[in-house]
Design a protein. Structure first.
Length: 331
């Protein structure tokens, strides 16, 4: 599994004073397909996507019954609602797209259509095995969950029989299973305005309870997009206090403490340890984790400086599937 942490440095400031492919076993009576296994992995964040080429699938017709056999079978695959919209399956020899949106085009063994697989077994004395090659492309950006995921396709078929036997046609559910190993990967970034309180040199601590949040509070977001679960850790360089370069955190008038609210935890100097959170997959569309600092003291009476600050370090790490800790929904 692909596991790479993303570390975000978030500054606070204030101024004071100055992708296995398996063909299913449940097939039409007139034709069956051997299972085909394809190894590989899919990284949903890889812009080039994943392409699988020259995959051979073997089709077999059943033994003759009363001197009658399947002579020809035509078929396509039908896209299901949970199939990525840009997944493609193309018959290599014809270049035809054999995966269509339902109900798909009308199949007729008497017509040649590049968008369907046409297998002609011949008469009773001919071999009962046919093979065909396909190219499968899993699109970049397909929002698939990390781990092994199965994309099932239905098959629309039309079989022509020998010896005057009735033709056979229909749709078989779950005829094809594209099994893909999806990497656990993520993207993370800080979005929104800087967490800067601006000039607070005239703001007193006593006035904070009645001070509007627009003055004493700031909010930004950590945006996470992920294919699997992930963990989030956070630390403060100054244990949730801002000070200036050369300032002494042990001196009251050289520090400005604040409270940080993040992922359901409220952290201050009195309780500075953030408990790592295991989050459920965010999906490729992403989710936003609010980071909200609130001043616990004003700037009045502090040593004047334009650059009181602290640095928050947020580390976001993709996790293997399944995880040792049950993930929770993170918002």
């Amino acid at each position: 599994m692909k596991r790479r942490s993303h570390t975000l440095l978030i500054g606070l400031a204030a101024g004071v004073g100055g992708v296995l492919l398996v063909s299913g076993a449940a097939q039409a009576q007139c034709v069956t397909f051997d299972p085909v296994v394809l190894s590989g992995t899919f990284d949903p964040f890889n812009p080039s996507g994943t392409t699988v080429q020259t995959l051979s699938i073997t089709a077999r017709r059943p033994p003759a019954v009363g001197g009658k056999k399947t002579q020809e079978v035509n078929f396509i695959y039908l896209r299901r609602p949970d199939t990525p919209s840009s997944l493609t399956i193309i018959q290599t020899s014809t270049g035809g797209q054999i995966l269509e949106n339902p109900p798909g085009h009308v199949l007729d063994p008497n017509n040649v259509n590049p968008n369907e697989v046409e297998l002609n077994f011949g008469g009773v004395g001919q071999p009962d095995v046919q093979t065909f090659m396909v190219t499968i492309t899993v699109p970049s950006g397909a929002d698939l969950p990390a781990g092994t995921t199965d994309l099932f396709l239905d098959q629309k078929y039309y079989c022509k029989r020998t010896g005057g036997a009735a033709d056979e046609q229909g749709v078989i559910s779950n005829s094809l299973d594209i099994r893909i190993n999806v990497l656990s990967a993520l993207q993370a970034s800080f979005v929104g305005p800087a967490l800067d309180f601006g000039e607070i040199g005239t703001l007193t601590t006593a006035a904070l309870p009645s001070t509007p949040n627009s003055v004493k509070q700031r909010t930004g977001n950590v945006r996470v997009a992920s294919s699997g679960p992930y963990s989030v850790a956070l630390t403060s360089a100054n244990q949730f206090r801002m000070t200036y370069a050369g300032g002494n955190l042990g001196t009251t008038n050289q520090r400005i403490p604040y409270q940080l609210d993040f992922l359901g935890q409220s952290k201050t100097t009195a309780s500075p340890t953030f408990n790592t959170v295991t989050c459920a997959r965010a999906g490729l569309s992403g989710q936003y984790l609010a980071v909200t600092p609130t001043l616990l003291e004003g700037g009045a009476g502090k040593v004047p400086s334009p650059n009181y600050q602290d640095i928050l370090t947020v580390t976001v790490t993709p996790l293997a599937v399944p995880t040792a800790t049950t993930p929770v929904a993170c918002m």
